[in-house]
Design a protein around this ligand. Structure first.
Ligand SMILES: NC(=O)c1ccc[n+]([C@@H]2O[C@H](COP(=O)([O-])OP(=O)(O)OC[C@H]3O[C@@H](n4cnc5c(N)ncnc54)[C@H](OP(=O)(O)O)[C@@H]3O)[C@@H](O)[C@H]2O)c1
Length: 227
């Protein structure tokens, strides 16, 4: 069973389609973007920042003794310089990207530990690595995934569970499509290839991590050499 949070848009949606085409059993979450009535058998409405909603979802869709792979794609963003930032919006981003991701991991871990198998892949960002003005909430939330990953990897390594991060650069999908053209041109100029990443790279990396049992507690940078 592959669980994908944030499967209603962007990267999560793309991975859901790819794994469904591959014949995998997949369950996804949406929050504000409905995937449409015809997809409700494989989608659930879940606010990942709400632990009880997350826990209910995981325990409802995962059968007993099932091999579980978790792709933590759900994410939010808030751009503001620190001295002007709205505390509520800042905290919301931490609540989704960091606490929300933890909520899902905490919910799947008992099932994974019982089975003696698990793969957890978190989606972090180059924004946590480079120091980009206006991104303190997003950068802090994504940097937090690094420490969380290290700790949880050490706790569960003897249970057949791996947890890793993909530190994404700028891909031609999802939240990047909302970046204004002028800013996008600036970003592209900085990327060594001059191009946004093809999402197939993400699918390949996810498959690689799923198939690897000795890669644990680490991060893979996927940014064409930008960092
Ligand atoms: N695209 C890139 O180039 C890039 C680069 C670096 C890192 N990333 C990371 O990769 C992941 C996917 O990015 P993306 O570009 O595909 O983002 P996206 O298109 O903005 O999609 C975000 C997804 O997160 C879901 N979501 C937001 N708040 C939620 C909540 N409270 N509870 C549950 N789901 C929630 C959204 O669901 P609804 O629409 O249904 O509300 C949506 O499905 C994110 O973690 C992002 O930070 C992306």
């Amino acid at each position: 069973m592959i669980l994908i949070t944030g499967a209603s848009r962007g990267i999560g949606k793309f991975l859901m389609q790819k794994f469904s085409e591959k014949g995998e059993q997949v369950q996804g979450t949406y929050f504000s973007t409905s995937p449409g009535e015809s997809h409700m058998d494989v989608f659930s409405k879940v606010d990942i920042s709400n632990y009880s909603e997350v826990s209910e979802w995981v325990n409802r869709v995962c059968g007993p003794n099932e091999k579980i792979i978790l792709l933590n794609c759900a994410g939010g963003n808030y751009n503001a310089t620190a001295h002007k930032a709205d505390i509520k919006k800042w905290t919301e981003v931490i609540g989704i990207n960091l606490t929300g991701t933890f909520n899902v991991i905490k919910s799947v871990l008992p099932l994974m530990r019982e089975k003696g198998f698990g793969r957890i892949i978190n989606f972090s960002s180059i924004v946590a690595q480079k120091g980009i003005p206006g991104t303190s909430a997003y950068a802090a939330s994504k940097a937090g995934l690094w420490g969380l990953t290290k700790s949880i990897a050490a706790e569960n390594a003897r249970k057949g569970i791996t947890i890793n991060n993909l530190n994404l650069g700028y891909f031609d999908i999802g939240m990047i499509t909302e970046v204004p053209q002028e800013m996008l041109a600036f970003i592209k100029k900085e990327i060594p290839t001059g191009e946004l990443g093809n999402p197939d790279n993400i699918f390949n990396a996810v498959n690689f991590l799923i198939e690897s049992d000795y890669i644990n507690g680490t991060s893979i940078n996927m940014n064409a050499g930008l960092y």
